[in-house]
Design a binder for this molecule. Structure first.
Ligand code: SF4
Length: 116
């Protein structure tokens, strides 16, 4: 039996996940918790936020995020991909910064609009 805190909302329910019983989840208040509990053990994933360098008179760093969840074990390497990236303004919120991270179909996108 694995014990987890659900991170899908601020309530933070304490979940118990029974790996020997089809990853049955107890302690959840809603269905999101059941899905989170099972996924966290079978295939944990995360949305990633970070920043990249930007050439602009308005900012030095541009906030970026993934437009979906990527496998948790690839998060560190995904952030490393951003180290060599420098964006030249202008850039709009939602513009793709790195496409198709590790073939996941998920992109890093700009989280902010920055003028030049
Ligand atoms: S189980 Fe539902 S109510 Fe509880 S923390 Fe998760 S999302 Fe929130």
């Amino acid at each position: 039996m694995a014990e987890l805190i659900c991170i899908m909302c601020p309530k933070g329910c304490r979940l118990n996940v029974d790996e020997k019983n089809g990853y049955a989840v107890t302690g959840n208040t809603c269905e999101k918790g059941a899905i989170y509990g099972k996924t966290e053990l079978v295939d944990p994933r995360r949305v990633v936020t970070s920043t990249v360098k930007i050439n602009s008179t308005h900012a030095r760093r541009l906030p970026v995020k993934t437009n979906g969840e990527i496998p948790k074990n690839t998060v560190e390497k995904a952030v490393e991909l951003l180290n060599g990236v420098t964006i030249t303004a202008p850039v709009k919120a939602g513009d793709v910064i790195i496409e198709n991270i590790f073939g996941t179909g998920i992109d890093f996108i700009s989280a902010k609009t920055v003028e030049d």
